[in-house]
Design a protein. Sequence first.
Length: 283
Amino acid sequence: MRSKGNELVVVTGTSSGIGRATAKRLADDGFHVLAGIRRAEDAEKAAGKNIEPVILDVTQSDTIEALTTRIATDPQRRPLRAVVNNAGIAVNAPVEMAPLEEWRRQLEVGVIGQIAMIQALVPILLQSGGRIVNIGSVGGRIAMAGFGPYSAAKFALEAVTDSLRREMEPFGLKVVMITPGAVSTGLSAHGTATANRLAALMTPEQHERHDGLVDAVIGLADAWSRDGIRPERVAAIVSRAVLALRPRTRYTAGPDAALLTGMIRFLPDRLLDGMLRRHMKLQ
């Protein structure tokens, strides 16, 4: 394990869930955490010992520039140990009816926003010998019916992470992907609200085709919110990835993530399709 020393860590999306738990865990580890929040009213909830809330919307370049300036002009000249890219949203709807603006919103936050953070902070991380930790999802390894937009973003983040890791390895910048399965966070509730909102936009023919699927998606999201692992378990794995001298390229979080990522290596598509339909209770 590396010495923590007096170092900075950036965590995006810390208003709730995995982001908030990760900020607290890394602060407890001894880092000074710059905790990204989108709204000023969330600052009080995010603040804590060794946690400094900063306004950060990964889709707004001015907030990323302000964060970069904050790091570069740190009064204690603390090096940047890690950037944890956690900010995200969940747009869950059948591919044929999800409005294009919802696809763009999902990809803007889940892909372009992550790339914006990476491009802004890679120069600083190369100087400090730091690392990038991207929070993916089992949805980025296996795309279930009804989760197309969300999985598209997470699959893309997998590709970005792999390319970046291979590009930066010669220069000493480590890049890590964390793949959680079901986690009990507010993201599932937000995803359910989005699924209900978008379902109301379906045509009568789309309702006939997809009402059962929408019900299954909402049921799964509710189950994940109720029965998923606590976000603190994911935060503990992020801590390991930040502290390890030689971190693994990938970590899974939760038994379902380990099982599903293993299954996709060996099962043919048709068999996997059938298993997923039964899991979602689709007839």
